[in-house]
Design a binder for this molecule. Sequence first.
Ligand code: SAH
Length: 373
Amino acid sequence: MTEKGSRQATDLLARLQARIAADGPIPLDAYMAACLTDPAHGYYLSADPFGRGGDFVTAPEVSQLFGEIVGAWCAHMWEAIGRPAPVPLIELGPGRGTLMADMLRAARALPAFAEAIEVHLVEASPKLRAVQAASLAPLGAAPLWHDDLDAIPPGPCLVVANEFFDALPIRQHVRRAGTWRERAVGLDDAGTLCWTEIAPRQTTAELDAAFPDVAEGTIVETSPARTEMARQIARRLAQAPGVALIIDYGYAGPIAGDSFQAVRRHAYADPLKAPGEADLTAHVDFAALAESARKAGAAAFGPLPQGMFLEQLGIALRADRLAAARPDKRAELEAGLSRLVSPDQMGSLFKCLALASLGLPAPPPFAAGNAAR
Ligand code: SAH
């Protein structure tokens, strides 16, 4: 921990303690939002969490193969939506800009598409915006940054989000004496942050319908922030032709269980210790995103396991071609490929969900019969 890091964490901790002392326990979603995106001391706003030196490694940071396949998918979908030009290529939560850089390189295989792309980045962190600018400058891209998706004018678009939804806050509820309590962060007698339970903001009927027959003490998760984001994407797709690709780790729920976790320097940590210093995430309920998108007038396909998505789009062939051109890189390419697609690594926990304007053919490799329930 750097001195600066520890001071920042202490500041956020002191502010959270004061807030709880004054107003009572903070629901988990508000705690998660404060830890991740507090303007002064949030994790994403004060740290560069990616890569080997950071807290976690994402798929685009594992291998360029990931962004190249997603870029080729976007090129294909651009043709499917009628080759609009210009076309906003929107990325939600672009991290270091690596995925966008690899997508833009892959887009050059279809020059008319490369020409048409306007890069739009939705990013909360000024620090990461600067990293993204530096990653994209060599490609001649002139990205436009936005605080949220709704700031981008409606029209045809391609949207990509990798490991963005898992960072949006979740709520947790726990079954108590035949009803529900909401999990929140309070203070114990010593003034230390601790778990507590408050009256839920969601109705019993709503929670009962989503999670029937749940045993006493079971924790369940919902995320109005995530379903609202899926709704915003879908609304755009209902207004003009477009597609979105959402990649994250998660499940096609709803299922019961606690997936909230803190990761710091590649190891699990206590989410209530050192707020602002650890990455806080929870698994994504893809069925909830698909349902929200469908209600807002878009089609939803998947989720498919990431390994299947990438393999069916030809990632192994792409790795072979690159390795033939750069034999010195073969081992690195093969290691990256294996990490992205192997079921015991990122291949099966990570999943891909496609959203599309109604009436478009199923985006590859999603079969029409593969539409999410
Ligand atoms: N897609 C990147 C980074 C994933 S980490 C990759 O795959 O490597 C999550 C990203 O979302 C970071 O860039 C973070 O700053 C951004 N982010 C998190 N919450 C956000 C929010 N509420 N609004 C905008 N950006 C957010």
